[in-house]
Design a protein around this ligand. Sequence first.
Ligand code: NAP
Length: 485
Amino acid sequence: MTALAGSPRAVEPQAVADLRVAVVGSGPAGLYTAEAMVKQAAADGVEVEVDVLDRLPTPYGLVRYGVAPDHPSIRSIADYLRRVLELPRVRFLGGLCFGRDVTREMLLACYDAVVYATGAPLDKRLRVPGEDLPGSAAAADFVRWYCGHPDSDPAMFELDAEAVAVIGAGNVALDVARILAKPAAEFGATDVPEPVLAALAASRVREVHIISRRGPAQARFTPKELRELGEAPGFEVTVDPAQTDLDRFDPTGESSALAESDRRVRGNLAVIREWAGREPRECPRRVSVRFWERPVEIIGTDRVTALRVERTRPEAAGRVAGTGEFTELPVQLVLRSVGYQSVPLPGVPFDERRAVVPNAEGRVLGADGTPLAGEYVSGWLKRGATGVIGSNKSDAAQTVRALLADRARDARPAHRADRAAPRLAELLAARGVRPVSYADWLGIDEREHELATALGRGERVKLCGWDALDRACGRGRAARAGARP
Ligand code: NAP
């Protein structure tokens, strides 16, 4: 059997399988886990059923609600993940909030194993004064807004700021800066919701600062994404040429050593040096990339009016120290883009310090450090918010190897061995909860294609808000109420 040989339809698994697995989360981590389950189990001659649960009525997690709308090739990973959802042994159960509609106990009663793959939805904080002023927000909120996440208020970002500071030197900062700086017309054929397109068209943004507390060699950008920023239309990118002189800014020698040893760093430096050498030109918008500066205060009374940054200097082991030299940047919007973190799942062990589920190769560890029977984790919830989407594939394969090795070694739990385990569908029905099926999701999918055609806007335009999603998938208000955060 080829792992991705399913037909494009919603299939209800029929027979009682050897192994029944629930995967919580239908983003890349969850769906790569489902795919690995089907593939590896088939290789072991084990008949498996995988139910993939999600809080949202829509699958694909960050591929749908995190990848930038102008990155169609990364978005097309959804086509691959769709084929996983359409495997005969895989079933989508959307609109189920873990901890409310379904609990850990329910899943452990119904399945031989549960894999948690809920990602890292929470933004990290800066912990500087003024962070909660109107006009200061998480890049994660901005991303959810332009991706049309149903939890996001379409009116959240008016873009009436002329200058914006984006804090952090990772790929999310690049996405956010590019979306702010590109002309709105560039998004007409993308899937951004109509209110987002209108806000981008009315944007007053002229200047975006990307602020990195360390140097160009330590930035977490990847060269391809960095290069793309300089090639995008409608704005110019500037860098202080002096900052590209690594030894001048970093007498510790660490920057030069990184440039020598790390291909990604060399790629980034080539792009940054090319920008530093460009002749200034007239452009309606500008993105300036500023290194060796850290935010110390977001200034304003009713809303943000400036960002106070301190010049930093490198210390040993990649750390930085403040120099006492301060600058105030007049900005009206500050977006912190300093990484994501996972949130605890009710009843599931959680390492608060590392913000991950404690695990050994994907086996969830209890308080005494030993694996808990039947509980596994994959993706960002397992290893933290690092790596590109594809990194989740090998990560999921590792978790599934552990799960199948345990299953081959351990006897099936008694309630599973006599096949008397309850079915989740029955427990949900008893609680009056109706999950969103794959066929229901296809209703949303179709409606989004129709909307794009009606508006003359590309292939898909995202439906905005819970009510529109509920209508498109034929769900009533009562059924949906449980899925809201
Ligand atoms: P990230 O890559 O971890 O970058 C976070 C940035 O924030 C770093 O520059 C970090 O600086 C800085 N930072 C952290 N705490 C700070 C503080 N208190 N003050 C100032 N700066 C601070 O995170 P991300 O950009 O959110 O990306 C998450 C993951 O998604 C990454 O693996 C990324 O590659 C991936 N991603 C990929 C794509 C793509 O491939 N197109 C797009 C988006 C995201 P230090 O290094 O000094 O800590």
